[in-house]
Design a protein around this ligand. Sequence first.
Ligand code: T46
Length: 139
Amino acid sequence: MKVEMLRLIDLPEMLGNVPGKLSFYQEASDALFEIRRAYWIYDVPDGATRGFHAHTELKQLLVCMAGSVQIDLENLRGEQFQFTLDRPSKALFITPVHWRTMKFRQDSVLMCLASELYSEDDCIRDYQAFKALQVKANT
Ligand code: T46
């Protein structure tokens, strides 16, 4: 059964008879969502922050393929969460509706698997609009 909540997921770390490790995520009967898009973020200066938005429908799985990225999230109840992705075998499942920021360390690469095609209509980029949604959700 699918558990629809924000959480860290440990992906398999395969060793095999070759040097190094191999991790993977695949669609299965217990898949989090059907993957409709993949994108990746790179060349972000050390300490720089991106994000500053939430999504109304989008579900995502974030994997830091190199380096380290700190993810800060806030949900509609006003609860705040912080995760550090620093291994390619660690994935963060993000459900809607979370305000997010991602702080990158030098030479980090963040890969994202998404449940929907890109749509700016799904983005809430105004923090006051997000706060208004919080109020609506809690009254
Ligand atoms: C998220 C974090 C981790 C596209 O054209 N297609 C795409 O698939 C995406 C994701 C973005 N874009 C365009 C939209 C903007 O003009 O690329 C530009 C930068 O996108 P954005 O400002 O949304 O980038 P981030 O790093 O702030 O956020 C992105 C995702 O949008 C977001 O869902 O969780 O990465």
